[in-house]
Design a protein around this ligand. Structure first.
Ligand SMILES: Cc1cc2nc3c(=O)[nH]c(=O)nc-3n(C[C@H](O)[C@H](O)[C@H](O)COP(=O)(O)O)c2cc1C
Length: 383
């Protein structure tokens, strides 16, 4: 079935997930869908939104509404950002570029992961939307400097440093399916691929997706394969982040904070925004849901530092709950991943459109016409 026919049947991010399950080889779907360890954080991310309930302030005249937000001194049309998604070219041919273009159609930022299969020049040419870059800081200081310089020269508007990956987590679905680098074929993986002909026809001619961007940067040990052990620094700390602050003059964010006390340190270090995240349940198994910890961040730095948030957001009402509790914007991870896997750029644009209309509906029914007017009085916690 072609992409546009597929989209006619898709009315929610849950529909996109079901479509991605059909179209992707199981090993790729599990790479997207899975979490670490027992996947208790993954489950908690979903459960936490059920406990947060909205209160309608109706009757209010909500005939004129705007979903625009202001961040880093400029206006964005929606309180949404497409989160960094490594190896997106395993979901769709040059999936990173499809994500960029889909986000650009709504004028929202897209974050390129440094674990990408496209190079900077291709990324910068994909659509005319705001483009941010996300870095997994490698152990080697020279490589770190090279990344910072290349991202600056490429012209990215903002930088996110991911901090919740001091060590790789154990993602059991990936381990069981052998979805790891360097990639080696087994009969089970071959069967997986041939039983998903849509994906195989599309991706097959391009070969196995590799993190091409990683190979592009001079590496610590020449010839080394940049796998999880060689690309993540277990020594990343505030000293190094302060070094980035000196190097990177544009907006700088720290992604993966879960401890509200770290937000205060971020503020003192001159960071421009924090991204509360548990990596979508892919790192610390048993972590607290981000929507549950958000009020503590607001109490610590609210009003002084923009608070972005991700992990588990699948609907516009999830987004409205976070905005009401004090977040500035929400990053969409899997919502965008399922969409790009289903229908490339069209899928991403359709998914953002769905979440946009859900936000608009929820805001209107809450009796709110501007994102800035969402506030904690609109929220109750189910015991
Ligand atoms: C397939 C996949 C790849 C990801 N790759 C990266 C990455 O390269 N860098 C990063 O900082 N976060 C990465 N993340 C985490 C997302 O940026 C984001 O924090 C997370 O997906 C949010 O949770 P959600 O998927 O429930 O929306 C990845 C997530 C997924 C699902």
């Amino acid at each position: 079935m072609n992409a546009s026919r597929r989209l006619k049947r898709i009315h929610s991010i849950a529909d996109f997930r079901a479509a991605a399950l059909r179209v992707l080889p199981r090993m790729v779907f599990d790479y997207v869908d899975g979490g670490s360890g027992t996947e208790s954080t993954l489950r908690e991310n979903a459960a936490a939104f059920e406990r947060v309930r909205l209160v309608s302030a109706a009757p209010v005249d909500v005939a004129k509404r705007s979903l625009a937000i202001s961040l880093f001194g400029r206006e964005f049309p929606l309180p949404l950002i497409v989160a960094p998604l490594g190896l997106a070219s395993s979901f769709w041919v040059k999936g990173e570029l499809a994500l960029a273009r889909g986000a650009a159609r709504h004028g929202i930022p897209w974050v390129l992961s440094n674990n990408a299969s496209v190079l900077f020049d291709e990324a910068m040419a994909a659509g005319n939307g705001p483009k941010w870059f996300q870095l997994y800081v490698p152990p080697n200081r020279e490589a770190t400097k090279t990344w910072a310089r290349m991202a600056r020269e490429a012209g990215f508007e903002a930088l996110q440093i991911t901090v919740d990956t001091a060590v790789p987590s154990r993602r059991l679905r990936d381990i069981r399916r052998g979805f790891s680098m360097p990639f080696a074929w087994t009969p089970a993986k071959l069967f997986d691929v041939v039983t998903h002909p849509d994906w195989t026809r599309r991706i097959g001619p391009h070969g196995i997706p590799r993190p091409k961007l990683m190979f592009h940067v001079p590496w610590a040990e020449p010839g080394a394969v940049p796998d999880m052990r060689t690309r993540l620094s277990p020594s990343l700390d505030w000293d190094l982040i302060r070094w980035f602050r000196d190097e990177w003059k544009k907006p700088l964010m720290v992604k993966g904070l879960a401890d509200p006390r770290q937000a205060r340190v971020a503020l003192d270090a001159g960071i421009d925004a924090v991204v509360i995240s548990n990596h979508g349940g892919r790192q610390l198994d048993g972590a607290v849901a981000t929507i549950d910890i958000l009020p503590e961040f607001v109490a610590e730095v609210g009003g002084k530092l923009p608070i972005l948030i991700d992990s588990g957001f699948r609907t516009g009402t999830d987004v409205v709950k976070a905005l009401a509790l004090g977040a500035t914007a929400v990053q969409l991870g899997r919502a965008a991943a399922y969409a790009v896997a289903t229908a490339g750029e069209e899928g991403v644009a359709h998914a953002i459109g769905i979440v946009k209309s859900e936000i608009d509906t929820a805001m209107a029914l809450c009796g709110v016409t501007r994102v800035a007017d969402l506030n904690p009085s609109l929220v109750r916690r189910r015991p």
